[in-house]
Ligand binder design. Structure first.
Ligand code: 2AM
Ligand code: CA
Ligand code: CA
Ligand code: CA
Length: 259
């Protein structure tokens, strides 16, 4: 019987090879529901290779994947797949994109992989067993001084998304003089919090495939992840706040304060 962890590794590496092979090459690009909501031929190739590998070993496992949707729905095991996170970057030849695969067992995240083959960075986490970057253990930053924190965010594609306008929230962070980056791949944003490059990340309206793997990687690296009420996070939440834990309350306050 194959181990889930080995199959996850095989699938992530296979997808990473495809992404790297096509990166800065030529491929077909299609528009989804708007001109900047893209899907490329490579998203579909990556997705197919991942799903074929899962099905070869575990034909009964449930799958949620961005481009094909839900396949099989009754298994205790659920694979949550983003075949390319950061497709707009990929389409522009910007090496900030990745494959993200999370595995849930009985509704709890068990494994997560985020692999950026252009930077040769393979993030992995297993529930209760730590988070790793290229097999080295990682942990969140120790920064407790919010005034010198380095943050990352992303903007929603459908507006408005909440009672409060996301630009107003962004403005509050910027007006504090804080550096706020915008990379364009939520999975990488989460991993870069997990390994201490960023101290905090927030975004509205992400999907389960954007966050499933990164969520576990942040948690296992000692970080904290909640919704914007500071409550227990689910990968199906529409608000994501991930931090090193030390600046969590300060970020929550800026996100939720009402003038
Ligand atoms: P994607 O590249 O897999 O689509 C960036 O803020 C995040 O939003 C990325 O994780 C990106 O994932 C996602 N994203 C980009 N365009 C989107 C769209 N039109 N709808 C929903 N999510 C999108
Ligand atoms: Ca997409
Ligand atoms: Ca995505
Ligand atoms: Ca995607």
């Amino acid at each position: 019987m194959a181990e889930v962890r080995d199959v996850l590794n095989e699938a992530a590496h296979a997808a990473g090879s495809i992404i790297l092979e096509y990166f800065q090459g030529s491929f077909r690009i299609e528009k989804k529901d708007s001109v900047n909501n893209l899907v490329t031929e490579v998203d579909k190739l990556s997705e197919k290779v991942i799903i074929d590998i899962i099905k070869k070993y575990f034909p009964d496992h449930s799958i949620i994947s961005e481009e094909v949707g839900e396949l099989m729905q009754d298994s205790d095991y659920q694979w949550i797949i983003d075949p390319i996170d950061g497709t707009v970057n990929f389409a522009h030849g910007i090496p900030i994109c990745c494959v993200s695969i999370g595995v849930r067992y009985k509704n709890e995240m068990l494994y997560g992989v985020v692999y950026n083959p252009m930077m040769d960075e393979f993030f992995f986490a297993e529930k209760d067993n730590g988070a790793y970057l290229n097999d080295e253990p990682i942990s969140v930053s120790e920064k407790s001084d919010f005034e010198t924190a380095c943050l990352v965010t992303g903007f929603p594609y459908k507006w408005p998304v909440s009672k409060e306008h996301p630009i107003r929230v962004f403005e509050r962070f910027i007006m504090q003089g804080l550096p706020v980056r915008r990379l364009g791949s939520a999975a990488i944003d989460l991993c870069w919090v997990a390994c201490g490059r960023f101290d905090g990340f927030w975004e509205y309206n992400l999907n389960s495939w954007d966050v499933a793997a990164g969520y576990l990687i942040v948690q296992e690296a000692g970080g904290k992840i909640t919704n914007f009420q500071g409550e227990q996070y689910s990968v199906f939440d529409k608000e994501t706040l991930a931090t090193n834990g030390l600046i969590h309350d300060e970020m929550l306050r800026l996100i939720t304060v009402h003038e």
